[in-house]
Design a protein around this ligand. Structure first.
Ligand code: 13P
Length: 264
């Protein structure tokens, strides 16, 4: 069975107290279920005020990781409301989401800004999860792969293969394919379509950075227990970036458990 990356993006949910209870329950459930770091990697992306309790409660090594949902590309300065990649690192994050569609569509992150954030995350020693995906309009116009390619190549423009090669046992970057129309709608991509997009992205990654380079590719967009087994068993889908279903330990872990029991 392949290793699964189960990543929870809490978006603007979960106060520090709620994050604490989540982590205690997560730790006890995962030890009961005997999760093993060879099989699963779990990362939580809380809103900024709840990062510190998550970092404090999760063990430093092993299957659990804490990440930020975004980060600005300068360390310090007159950027009202922003948190820098450096600050994410200082508070104890190991991971960071970059280019989430909500940042792109609501907060105006352009391909150029996404590229700068990606570069800065890598320079600060964070593992970025680069998010990308097409809108419904683009899918219906048959532009999906062209759009994915455009977003990925723009983000990678200033990145050298050396910066993302990881350390042998852990990747230096992850990709998360999230079709915009599938986010928060209850309407996930068909498994075959998600597989096609993830396979294409992996191939592009190899063409761009070199054939020996690989990185995990996650799918995100209405992932839940009932569709997890089919999505995660696709050849080029290595994990899930989960929004709504990551807010409760039960629904979050059911995603991995359903995949695991279906693949036994
Ligand atoms: P949902 O799982 O709520 O559709 O959100 C997906 C997402 O945006 C994760 O980053």
């Amino acid at each position: 069975m392949k290793k699964i990356f189960l990543y929870g993006n809490w978006k603007m949910h979960m106060l520090p107290k709620e994050a604490e209870s989540f982590c205690s329950e997560l730790l006890s459930c995962s030890s009961e279920k005997r999760y093993d770091e060879k099989c699963i990697d779990i990362a939580l992306f809380p809103p900024f005020i709840s990062i510190a309790p998550v970092v404090r409660l999760l063990p430093e090594n092993g299957i659990f990781k804490a990440g930020a949902q975004d980060g600005w590309y300068e360390d310090r300065g007159a950027y009202t409301g922003a948190v820098s990649m450096d600050m994410n690192r200082q508070i104890g994050c190991t991971h960071v989401l970059v280019g989430h569609s909500e940042r792109r569509s609501i907060f105006g992150d352009t391909d150029d800004i996404v590229g700068r954030k990606l570069k800065q995350a890598l320079q600060k020693g964070l593992v970025p999860v680069l998010c990308f995906g097409e809108t419904l309009e683009q899918r219906e116009a048959g532009q999906t792969l062209a759009i994915l390619g455009k977003q990925l190549l723009a983000a990678w423009r200033e990145i050298e293969a050396d910066e993302i090669k990881g350390n042998g046992s852990y990747p230096g970057i992850l990709l998360a394919y999230e079709p915009v129309w599938a986010i928060g709608t209850g309407r996930n991509a068909k498994a075959a379509d998600a597989q096609e997009a993830c396979a294409y992205s992996r191939q592009l990654f190899k063409e761009h950075f070199g054939d020996t380079m690989n990185c995990p590719v996650l799918y995100g967009g209405s992932v839940k227990d009932s569709n997890a087994a089919e999505l995660l068993s696709q050849k080029d889908i290595d994990g899930a970036l989960v929004g709504g279903a990551s807010l409760k330990v039960g629904s979050f872990l059911a995603i991995y458990d359903n995949y695991r029991s279906a693949s036994l």
